[in-house]
Ligand binder design. Structure first.
Ligand SMILES: Cc1cc2nc3c(=O)[nH]c(=O)nc-3n(C[C@H](O)[C@H](O)[C@H](O)COP(=O)(O)O)c2cc1C
Length: 207
């Protein structure tokens, strides 16, 4: 089995981490770099990360994360945020992103119009744009989690949190950004539990 698949086998939703073990800084920096390089729709990179190093902050957010042990026992806690209104067509954020990649004003114009039509076609508006941007953050988180597994580092994604209170705790301007999920990383304290997946043939069909 190749090393990537070994990582897939060892990955599980780690419920409690060994508090005495820390991820080497270089490996953690590389996990963050993998997230930075993740793909995003239209290359708009709407994901932002908040790495919670501060112990007190971790203790304070734990009750807002359903008191889950991962928050305070893991080596690293990463809060995933996703931009919202900046992704709307015609925003300065979108225009700047397009201009960074396309030098010609004509090409920028075509791209911006194409983007506006795309959002319209998908029905993304001021409100639903948040769903779309959240999807992008999951791609970043998954890349980072898979790379961590490749390195033999355990993880657990955390969707179990009180969204509004947590956003308030971090003083987010919720018109502009939202918290989508957290990723906890470290080393397991207990053995992996048995994995029970649906049958492979239910998961995939070939036509
Ligand atoms: C987006 C996402 C959010 C999750 N949130 C939590 C969580 O808040 N707490 C938790 O213990 N597990 C959480 N999990 C883990 C899942 O419950 C777990 O991946 C699933 O049961 C399959 O088990 P496995 O990952 O061990 O194979 C989450 C997983 C994903 C993908």
């Amino acid at each position: 089995m190749d090393r990537f698949l070994q990582g897939v086998e060892m990955r599980h939703a780690c419920k409690i981490f060994d508090e005495t073990k820390a991820i080497p800084n270089e490996q953690f920096q590389n996990i963050l770099k993998v997230g930075h390089q993740a793909p995003s729709s239209f290359g708009l990179e709407p994901t932002r990360l908040l790495v919670i190093k501060d112990k007190k902050t971790r203790e304070e957010i734990k009750p807002l994360c359903w008191d889950q042990a991962q928050i305070t026992t893991c080596s690293e806690v990463i809060v995933f945020k996703a931009l919202k209104v900046d992704l709307l067509a015609g925003s300065n954020y979108v225009k700047n992103s397009v201009a960074r990649k396309l030098k010609s004003p004509e090409k920028q114009e075509i791209r911006n119009t194409f983007y506006a039509n795309y959002l319209k076609n998908r029905g993304y508006d001021d409100y639903t744009i948040g769903y779309w941007s959240a999807l992008q953050s999951y791609i970043v988180a998954t890349s980072m989690m898979d790379y961590a597994s490749f390195l033999g580092i355990d993880s657990c994604m955390i969707e179990g949190f009180e969204k509004k209170p947590l956003e308030k705790y971090f003083n987010l301007d919720t018109e502009r950004e939202q918290i989508t999920l957290l990723l906890t990383l470290g080393y397991r304290k207990k053995p992996q539990s048995e994995r029970l997946r649906i049958d492979f043939n239910e998961f995939v069909k070939f036509i």
